[in-house]
Design a protein around this ligand. Structure first.
Ligand code: HEC
Length: 109
């Protein structure tokens, strides 16, 4: 019986990783298709800015904000220093959630 529990346990752990990875891939796709890289680099995963200047690098944005806060910021419901985010996302709420929660996992310098 013990082995069965181990097998189930390992399977669950593994599928959680797969899920997290798929989510990250989707979120990265949203980031790129919404052209966030026009203003933001994520040097930790080799995304470079394509625009004229770098506004900021988001490699460690998750150590500054939570996923919940980022969802609100992406929906322009909260501001930084009185300024709402410049970009008005045209994508679905589900994509915004995905994007924001993925950004919250970025904690590398
Ligand atoms: C036209 C330029 C521009 C585009 C495009 C843009 N942003 Fe921003 N973003 C800014 C500016 C300006 C700020 C506020 C100043 C700062 O963070 O340095 C900001 C701030 C942020 C912050 C907060 C950063 C922090 O360190 O607190 C996040 C997160 C963010 N943007 C994510 C995104 C995402 C995701 C996209 C794509 C959907 C995007 N941005 C597209 C200009 C842009």
């Amino acid at each position: 019986m013990k082995w069965l529990i181990i097998v189930i346990g390992v399977t669950c752990l593994f599928s959680k990783d797969v899920f997290a990875q798929e989510n990250a891939d989707d979120a990265k796709e949203v980031f790129l298709s919404e052209k966030c890289q026009r203003c933001h680099s994520i040097s930790a995963i080799n995304i470079d800015v394509t625009g004229q200047k770098v506004v900021s690098d988001l490699s460690a944005v998750g150590s500054r904000h939570t996923g919940e806060w980022l969802v609100m910021y992406m929906k322009r419901e909260v501001a930084i220093d009185g300024k709402k985010h410049i970009k008005n996302l045209k994508t679905s709420g589900a994509n915004i959630e995905k994007l924001a929660h993925w950004l919250a996992t970025l904690k590398r310098k």
